[in-house]
Write a protein that binds this ligand. Structure first.
Ligand code: SF4
Length: 380
């Protein structure tokens, strides 16, 4: 049975729950009324006069996205104006979120699909070119170098780790089976490290197309934005067919992906509807929606929206509790917008469930730190 608790009760409940269940509970952001969620009582026996929103925590920005956005913002803020030239070019979407990209574009950043779109006079003037959090292939690196571009590489360090693994394993004579999404920027970059030795597969069925002789050194790598659950079937199929296949010393799957999926699952188990904020081309946002749907089962539907404007009030008819989460590239202001939009529909009681506390932080890219240290001069 849940009820509205005083501050001391909330603190006591948080402490006990953190100790007993390994899950900490927090009041919601956005100035809304606090409630405490317990492992048992979120969907039954609630007191209070409103319907319920449960926010998943962790949700939203991960350390890699935070760093990539801060990289572009730092350049924009510290840029020395070149006449008629933008402060920065960014190759591809810095992160897979339309709102983030639109916001940075409004601040002056220019987004291009390929380096060939960047004019020579901008290169000559030393306008920085940022590589996105998803990373690039060596071919893109080589083109930038050939043209003498001032590159600021915002590739997430966890993605860079997979690039380094590819190079190391290839040096040691391995063939690499890489589980990833064909066409995703991260997969394109990783496969590009050694296209002849990296074999991209997406599904269990793809395993049948692989052919390695016994004794061939074989290792398995994965796209960071897949989860352990998501890859389990493919990994099992690979191990069945190639029982000598090795895995890297530490998993490539990113902490943020796993944490957000665990949190949304916990929330979905207590709700009859889940809203995931995130763009359609964000693989971790789409996967969050799938995880939420699996946890909801027949009890309800999970929906993905770019922002509150895409929500349909009909989704919430007959619903008492809505779970809300967001992908790793989504600013929390968009989640706040969803919470605000649900308020007129009677969802005035907001709480959140924290399944783990994240403390990951990445420093800005080296090129930017050097640039700041040299008072804005273009590094050699
Ligand atoms: S989801 Fe993980 S791998 Fe991707 S940018 Fe964020 S921290 Fe890096």
């Amino acid at each position: 049975m849940r009820g509205v608790l005083c501050t001391n009760c909330v603190r006591l409940a948080e402490t006990v729950l953190a100790m007993v269940a390994g899950i900490t509970m927090n009041g919601a952001s956005n100035g809304v009324r606090k409630r405490v969620e317990t492992q048992m009582g979120a969907t039954s026996g609630m007191s209070g006069d409103g319907k319920h929103i449960i926010l998943a925590d962790p949700r939203g920005f991960c350390a890699g996205v935070d760093r990539a956005i801060a990289t572009v913002q730092t350049i924009v803020k510290t840029a020395h104006p070149h006449s008629g030239l933008p402060p920065v070019y960014v190759r591809r979407q810095i992160v897979h979120n339309r709102h983030v990209v639109d916001d940075l574009a409004a601040q002056g950043a220019v987004f291009v699909e390929e380096l060939s779109e960047i004019p020579d006079d901008a290169v000559a003037a030393g306008v920085p070119v940022v590589f996105s959090a998803h990373g690039v292939s060596p071919q893109v690196q080589a083109e930038a170098k050939r043209r003498g571009m001032f590159i600021v590489d915002a590739t997430c360090p966890l993605v860079s780790k997979v690039h380094r693994e590819v190079l190391r394993f290839v040096r040691e004579g391995y063939e690499i089976v890489y589980i990833g999404h064909r066409g995703h920027d991260e997969a394109v970059g990783v496969v590009g490290e050694s296209p002849e030795h990296v074999h991209l597969i997406e599904h269990e069925d793809d395993v049948a197309d692989l052919d390695f002789r016994p004794g061939q050194k074989l290792v398995l790598l994965t796209q960071t934005t897949l989860s352990v659950d998501e890859t389990a079937g493919v990994v099992a199929a690979l191990k069945k067919r190639f029982d000598w296949i090795e895995e890297p010393p530490s998993s490539d799957i990113c902490y943020a992906t796993q944490n957000r999926q665990t949190a949304v699952k916990t929330v979905a188990e207590r709700a009859q509807c889940v809203v995931i904020v995130g763009s359609a081309n964000s693989s971790n946002s789409v996967r969050l929606m799938e995880v939420a749907q699996e946890a909801l089962g027949e009890r309800g539907r999970a929906h993905r929206v770019d922002d509150a404007a895409e929500m349909d009030p009909a989704w919430f008819e007959g619903v008492d509790t809505v779970g809300v989460s967001s992908g790793a590239s989504v600013p929390d202001s968009l989640v706040d917008g969803v919470v605000e939009a649900l308020r007129p529909l009677g969802f005035t009681d907001v709480s959140y469930v924290e399944t783990v506390k994240e403390n990951m932080h990445f420093v800005l890219p080296a090129a930017l730190r050097k640039r700041e240290g040299s008072a804005g001069k273009r590094p050699e």
